[in-house]
Design a protein around this ligand. Structure first.
Ligand code: ASP
Length: 433
């Protein structure tokens, strides 16, 4: 059995949904479909989820969402008409949703209706059964999936029948509609795959798999045929937008492979996640910008037990949660997202940390990015030497390097403004042989 999740661009309009049907029709193992809300049809278009969130915001401010909801309504009506179901095929559901949003049902309710209405429409078009995720998927605080979700969902699925499931939402333990974070239909797909112990979780999107680097900026970018779960996790940590990072957990525990496929090029094999690549070596290079670095130094720093923990606790109070740590002899550098210090007085924070811990030095600098080289056995293949050589040739000065914190990623700090140059030149060097 295959669980197929189709993302927003794959279900953005009737012509895309017809492609979905063609994909489903050519493999009888594809019996469970998870869908997103209609996404962008062209660049500059608005996602239905964003339109619904605007409706909720208007109502919260005491303004009627009538006109904005009319736009939402037209998106679905166009789809219904284009699928040959009749323009009013989903008007009854649209009316219910509009009334509830107007009565102040809130953000999660409004956002969830994008998937709810699309799944209803698609189930009508395919003639498949609809499953309401409010009845079975339980989402705790911070996106936490309650384990009863798997058995709840499995109990609604009968062998030999076909189902359409809305992605992105379920209910809170107390019963209100609750959404995952943005892009969360990937998580619903993973829950469905786990619930039925699918042979494979196909994640259909608008690219032909996971790329070695961002193909918009890197000429040498190519699709990676196979990646381990760990590599995907580490690639997204260094900025690659592969797949919702929280969608790995439900399938990794039970070893269900994920196949990233392209709805617009279904003949492409895509990327299989869950299988170690056979050969060692870097398979992906990605970068994440928007980082700052705080450097602290004190003679005999580490002789004082618990000092790291105490400094971190104080930084947490200011909202700083480091994502990379580097240790020196008597010093530590922490990288963190610059947006975490947007609204704080950093001079005041640094003087407080310095005086509370009698530090010899403290320095906070903005404008960094980290480039990650991800692959199997990166510490053995020494490709990082080539990467550093390439940075030198291109006059890109590393602010830090880290090998050994992970056996899968080699991390290089670079100036933010050279982030793309760094990814580009390293990719050229490593991938064009
Ligand atoms: N529709 C939601 C979003 O735009 C969830 C998803 O597409 O996965 O984030």
């Amino acid at each position: 059995m295959k669980v197929c999740k189709f993302g927003g661009s794959s279900v953005a309009d009737a012509s895309q949904i017809k492609k979905v049907k063609a994909i489903l029709d050519c493999d009888k193992e594809r019996t469970i479909v998870v869908v997103s809300a209609p996404g962008k049809r062209f660049s500059g278009d608005e996602k239905v989820t964003d339109m619904l969130l605007s409706c909720a915001e208007m109502v919260q401010k005491g303004i009627s969402s009538k006109d904005k909801f009319e736009e939402v309504k037209n998106r679905y009506r166009d789809i219904a008409e284009g699928l040959g179901l009749g323009r009013d095929a989903i008007d009854g559901d649209l009316e219910i949703v509009y009334k509830k949003i107007e009565s102040g049902a809130g953000r999660d309710y409004a956002a969830s209706r994008g998937e709810h209405l699309n799944a209803k429409l698609i189930s009508k078009y395919l003639g498949w059964n609809y499953i309401e995720t409010e009845e079975c998927i339980v989402i705790g605080e911070n996106n936490k999936i309650d384990s009863e979700s798997y058995s709840n969902l499995a109990s609604l699925i009968e062998n030999g029948k076909k189902y359409v499931i809305p992605g992105f939402y379920g209910r809170s333990p107390s019963g209100e509609v609750r959404c995952f974070s943005r892009g969360g239909s990937d998580i619903t797909g993973a829950i469905a795959a786990r619930a039925v112990m699918a042979d494979i979780y196909e994640n259909w999107t608008d690219v032909s798999g996971v790329y070695s680097s961002d193909p918009r900026f890197v000429k040498s970018a190519h699709v990676i045929p196979a990646l381990s779960y760990k590599m995907v996790r580490e690639l997204s940590e260094v900025g690659a937008s592969v797949f919702h990072e929280e969608a790995i957990a439900p399938v990794v525990e039970v070893n269900i492979p994920i196949n990233i496929r392209n709805t617009n090029c279904p003949e492409d094999a895509g990327t299989i996640i869950g299988k170690e690549p056979e050969e060692k070596g870097v398979v992906g290079v990605s970068a994440k910008g928007g980082l700052s670095k705080i450097y602290v130094r004190k003679l005999m720093f580490f002789k004082e037990s618990g000092i790291r923990h105490k400094i971190l606790s104080l930084m947490h109070i200011y909202g700083i949660k480091p994502c990379y740590t580097l240790y020196g002899c008597d010093s530590i550098s922490w990288y963190f997202e610059t947006k975490q210090i947007e609204n704080i007085d950093t001079d005041e924070m640094c003087s407080r940390i310095q005086s509370e811990f009698s530090l010899d030095e403290i320095e906070l600098k903005k404008g960094f990015a980290v480039v990650g080289l991800v692959g199997k056995g990166v510490e053995e293949t020494m490709e990082y030497v080539d990467a550093l050589d390439e940075l030198r040739k291109n006059n890109i000065e590393p602010s830090s390097v880290s090998l050994g914190g992970s056996y899968t990623t080699f991390v290089i700090g670079v100036p933010e403004e050279r982030k793309l140059d760094a990814v580009n030149c390293i990719s050229e060097r490593l991938f064009i042989k």
